[in-house]
Design a protein around this ligand. Structure first.
Ligand SMILES: [Zn+2]
Length: 667
């Protein structure tokens, strides 16, 4: 199933319906259901065989059909989709199943505090389902029977299997399994690592079982297959888990826990692999289960177009009302976007991401590391704001195709990876290393970055005095470092020096409201150093950018990156707000441009309300050869261009929202 393109226009039709609700499906009308999907240009749908309440929506012999449903709703929906050539996957879920939690409380997870099933007594907050241990073999047996029943009765195109997520379970089965592989159930780190290992084991078991039923079934587990880790601990890595996936949905509803940086971070990791990707957002104002809300038109549009700009299909999450009648207004809104995507499909199908920069993931498999997460977000923000195309890489990924490797803030290397990077540099690759990355036992792990490490600075804040010629244009003040970083010395050209504060702020010795001011004289220590292999910044610039957003850090990196990447794929004077992606199709380059205003409009969430207009700007794309023509795909309007030194220059007269340019290389 690999290498397959997914249908671009998908719906995930949530139907978690409490057994306390009456008249389930009583307003369902087959003609209306299928017409709604067809009129909204839907090409694929995830349909509910069973929900988190543990209710089945077909006559089952395994569990309990919803008590207030009088017909085979799932079977009807499946039949209609098949007859109308809409791909239909059967949705079922693993750990969230209220009915099984009632009947088999002994299968609930158990954590070190003694809480069973994650949910404390009297808890009623959102998403507070009881959690069954996916590792329980009796439960796995039932899940297999359920999948076989669904397959035998309905022959779906595949299975979308939700909630395979370890919850630090130390139940009898998990403890026994941990001990058998040398892990200690008393040790929180081991328990967390076992979560990852047992999730993968579950995916493997079920994948092999489903494959044994039918080799053509498409299989997906909602189990964080996009988790960013360096894959050094292979067994616990997301790379190992992804072997048991036919495609990858990136569940990412921006107005909930995910925010607007989650999807692009995940997609910039997975885009280089050959597994098909799909972005899953929602039609909700907030997220799943937000009845009575419809997503802002521009927010929905932005999220869907951003997905296709990243080579990903789109799956919009909806929840069907218990009565079974779809919301007309919702499908009109979705149809307005899906019809546009459909008209773009001839151009966007079969394209590949272009990228010149690799970023090593600074996170270990099986660990939760908030600091590393900040660095990852900072990398995404800075590089996308500078319109530089990049991939997150793990230690297994090849580096040859990249001009630059970034080692952000806190990367630690094993010997083999250090050697791999030395070789990469010896073949002409360049490095940007920041913070404590690759510093071990008092020195750099890389001989091409000749740095001695004296530990962390004793100050919480320090300052940076930039070389005014190298960094011309950046205001000449001593710029604060909101995290002081590392004390280092090294061989190379000093591009900025550290300036220390007069003293460390304490309860009884302090100056003014915040950090102590800088001394007048600079120290001997370099804050930015040009070494043989590239440039080193002695502070975690990406993490502090994600935390404080001080644009001077971005300006500093822009200057360094200009030296390290001589011919970036894109050069432009477009604002940081404009998002660009560059993809390559057969005989063409595709430039996707997004102009939308992401806002924190409310205290609890980010959203998009308005499009943004850019006027009179220029984009230069490195196409190497002169293209035959440049066409603005929307409206099929041929656009004038210049070609100089390998770059095709397009003038952007006035654009707003989403635009796709097709740069045709052959006439
Ligand atoms: Zn368990």
């Amino acid at each position: 199933m690999n290498n397959k393109e997914l249908p671009y226009r998908q719906i995930h039709l949530d139907f978690h319906t409490s057994p306390y609700i009456e008249g389930v499906g009583e307003s369902f009308n087959g003609d209306e259901f299928i017409d709604t999907l067809k009129n909204a240009h839907v090409s694929s749908i995830n349909l509910f065989a069973k929900c988190h309440h543990g209710m089945y929506y077909y006559p089952t012999k395994i569990g309990r059909m919803h008590p207030n449903l009088s017909f085979d709703l799932f079977g009807e929906q499946m039949r209609l989709c098949k007859e109308n050539n809409i791909r239909a996957l059967a949705y079922t879920c693993v750990s969230w199943n209220e009915d099984v939690a009632d009947r088999h409380p002994e299968w609930l997870t158990l954590d070190a505090e003694g809480v069973r099933g994650v949910k404390k007594p009297f808890e009623s907050s959102f998403y507070s389902w009881r959690h069954i241990c996916h590792n329980n073999r009796d439960y796995q047996k039932i899940l297999k029977e359920e999948i076989k029943e669904i397959y035998d009765l309905y022959k779906p195109d595949g299975f979308w299997i939700d909630i395979v997520q370890g919850k630090r379970c130390i139940c009898k089965t998990c403890s026994k399994d941990m001990i058998s592989i040398g892990l200690d159930p008393h040790e929180p780190k081991d328990v967390l690592r076992f979560d990852r290992i047992s999730e993968t084991a579950f995916c493997r078991t079920m994948y092999e079982y489903i494959r044994s039923l039918d080799n053509d079934l498409e299989i997906f587990f909602n189990s964080n297959p996009y988790r960013l880790d360096d894959a050094e601990d292979e067994e616990a890595s997301s790379a190992e888990k992804r072997k048991y996936y036919d495609f990858i949905d990136i569940e990412s509803l921006p107005s909930d826990q995910w925010g607007y940086t989650h999807f692009p971070v995940a997609v910039n990791y997975l885009n280089k692999y050959d597994k098909a990707l799909c972005m899953m957002n929602g039609k909700f104002h907030t997220a799943w289960g937000d009845f009575g809300s419809i997503r802002n038109k521009n927010a929905l549009e932005y999220e869907c177009f951003r997905a296709i700009a990243n080579g990903s299909a789109v799956c919009i999450g909806d929840q069907l009302h218990p009565c079974g009648k779809p919301d007309k207004a919702v499908y009109e809104r979705i149809g307005g976007i899906f019809s546009q995507i459909e008209s773009l499909e001839p151009w966007i199908k079969g394209s590949e991401k272009m990228s010149g920069i690799a970023v090593m993931i600074p996170k270990k498999a099986g660990e939760e590391d908030e600091e590393a997460q900040k660095s990852i977000e900072g990398v995404y923000r800075i590089l996308s704001e500078l319109h530089l195309m990049f991939d997150f890489v793990n230690i297994q990924d090849p580096l040859e195709k990249y001009k630059l490797l970034i080692l952000p803030d806190r990367v630690t290397l094993n010997c083999a990876t250090a050697e791999k990077i030395e070789e990469y540099v010896s073949l002409g690759g360049r490095l940007l290393m920041t913070g404590s990355s690759c510093l071990k036992d008092g020195r750099s792990q890389l001989s091409c970055m000749d740095i001695i490490h004296h530990g962390k600075s004793e100050f919480s804040h320090r300052y940076l005095r930039l070389d005014k010629d190298y960094f011309s244009g950046i205001p000449e003040i001593d710029h604060v470092l909101y995290e002081a970083g590392e004390k280092t010395e090294g061989k190379g050209d000093v591009l900025a020096r550290i300036v220390e504060p007069y003293f460390q702020r304490t309860y009884d010795r302090f100056c003014s409201h915040r950090q102590t001011p800088p001394r007048r004289e600079e120290s001997d220590e370099a804050g930015i150093l040009r070494c043989k292999g590239g440039i080193y910044l002695s502070f975690p610039v990406f993490a502090i950018y994600s935390e404080y957003g001080y644009t001077i850090y971005r300006d500093i990196l822009e200057r360094c990156l200009k030296e390290l990447v001589e011919k970036p794929l894109i050069k432009t004077d477009l604002p940081a707000l404009t998002e660009l992606t560059l993809r390559k199709g057969p005989d063409r380059y595709l430039l996707h441009m997004l102009n939308y205003v992401k806002e924190r409009k409310a205290k609890v969430m980010d959203t998009v309300e308005e499009k943004y207009t850019v006027c009179d700007r220029t984009v230069r794309i490195y196409t190497e050869d002169r293209p035959a023509r440049v066409v603005r795909v929307q409206g099929q309007k041929e656009t004038g261009f210049d070609f100089e030194e390998g770059y095709t220059r397009i003038h952007i007269e006035r654009e707003e929202g989403y635009t796709l340019y097709n740069i045709e290389m052959k006439s």
